[in-house]
Design a protein around this ligand. Sequence first.
Ligand code: IMP
Length: 186
Amino acid sequence: MKVSQDLVSDVAEVLLTEEQIAAKVAELGQRITADYAGHELTLVSVLKGSLPFMADLMRRISLPVRIDLMEVSSYGGNATESSGLVRILKDLSAPIEGRDVLLVEDIIDTGLTLNYLLRYLKGKNPRSIKVCSLLDKPARRLVEFPLDYVGFEIPDAFVVGYGLDFGEVYRNLRFVGVLRPEAYES
Ligand code: IMP
């Protein structure tokens, strides 16, 4: 894998600009604030891809909010495909029993990771659990479930930026883009 120094040269197409993302995050924050009015909310995000989204979204929610972070890795897949076999690398640091939980995700692709996480978190007896994902790639879905809040539906392409990586690189791009095939192949 050969990565250009400026990262941007490896991007074939910008799918979502920094401005589009910021406007959507503000809109999602407003909806969540209205929907949970009068409640406290626990945001659970999944490292590492959801980090920028979580950081921006939480500051657009005007409610008492707690945050917690999990880290999972899917094993048995490869750099661009998840396998559905999920290993928890970092668990919640506080109980969520009786709490209203919003799971904050970067992207739902096959849905296998989310399916595992939802079952795992429901087992901890939250009062409610909903899902907010910045991106949704419905073309590749293998497991169906309702997504309560979605930023953007995107086509079936492997995307990087705003937290999303290829080989752990490109997470710090401020936009979401599609990589040039050369960046995959080399
Ligand atoms: P799923 O289990 O197939 O839904 O995959 C979910 C996880 O795979 C996401 O949280 C991402 O970490 C990763 N992923 C899926 N699609 C992409 C993509 O287009 N770019 C970068 N990471 C992706």
